[in-house]
Design a protein around this ligand. Structure first.
Ligand SMILES: [Zn+2]
Length: 269
């Protein structure tokens, strides 16, 4: 069966002198692995080896079995050359590709994720893009879309509100601007924030920097369409937590996390 779809290249492996195995995120079929016979030849239809981040029209055929699909043609429409010129932006982009490749199944339709990645890469390509904020929003949306974002406004143990904003009356919140000295944690296994009172119930947990809660509140606000600033330091704190969560769910640390976010996002030494 023949398919034609907009697609973004997530990873490439050299298969032979002239061929590549390519992993794409497509607009309608989730991710797909295709064998590109002869793609590395300079006079191939793709005009030479297909590179990471390349976006375009992908034509491929699938057989009846589960094996690799076959690339028929790839016509690049966007090469994201601006992203390749600066390490900070390139590392963030490569981390996004790695996260999608690890979290999105093959043959599982995810049109929203294709748009998410396309838009995030476009934003990152802008010379004054706030790299950490773009990455934080991308991680948040991706985790939300695959159903893993978790409970980020109340404690998963006792249900007490945990907020990065000062509360106006109501229950006593814990958080960056709540009672001083209360440490808040995030547990990937338990799927959300944990207050200092419930912390002992979580075997696996990640201690949050106070900036993280404020950043999470900003992302929740942005998701509902409200403008909310996410300065670099705060965005990086959120990125560390979300990368920890994603890596925990995947079962291994994502290789690009330390370059895109910082050495603390590389897991225990
Ligand atoms: Zn609690």
């Amino acid at each position: 069966m023949r398919h034609r779809e907009p697609a973004i290249c997530l990873s490439t492996i050299d298969y032979s002198e002239t061929s590549q195995v390519l992993h794409f995120l497509t607009s309608q079929r989730g991710t797909v692995r295709v064998l590109g016979k002869g793609t590395k030849r300079p006079r191939s239809k793709s005009g030479g080896a297909i590179d990471l981040l390349s976006e375009g029209q992908l034509v491929f055929s699938t057989g009846r079995g589960q094996g690799l699909a076959t690339l028929i043609e790839f016509t690049e429409t966007v090469c994201h050359s601006a992203l390749r010129k600066e390490a900070g932006r390139l590392n963030a982009a490569l981390y996004m590709l790695e996260m999608i490749a690890a979290m999105v199944a093959e043959d599982d339709p995810h049109a929203e994720l294709f748009n998410l990645l396309h838009n995030a890469l476009e934003r990152l390509a802008h010379p004054d893009a706030p790299v950490q904020a773009v990455l934080a929003y991308f991680q948040w949306r991706l985790l939300r879309h695959v159903g893993l974002l978790g409970q980020l406004d109340t404690c998963v143990g006792c249900g007490r509100p945990i907020t990065g904003r000062r509360s106006r009356g109501g229950q006593d919140p814990v958080g960056a601007e709540g009672p001083v000295g209360k440490q808040v944690f995030f547990s990937s296994t338990q799927g959300g924030l944990i207050c200092d009172g419930c912390e002992h119930t979580a075997g696996e947990k990640f201690a949050l920097d106070p900036q993280t809660l404020v950043g999470l509140a900003a992302l929740a606000a942005a998701e509902t369409g409200r403008k909310s600033p996410l300065p670099n330091r705060r965005a990086r704190s959120v990125n560390r937590m979300l990368a920890y969560h994603a890596s925990h769910q995947i079962g291994r640390w994502l290789k690009m996390a330390r370059y895109a976010i910082g050495p603390e996002a590389a897991g225990p030494r």
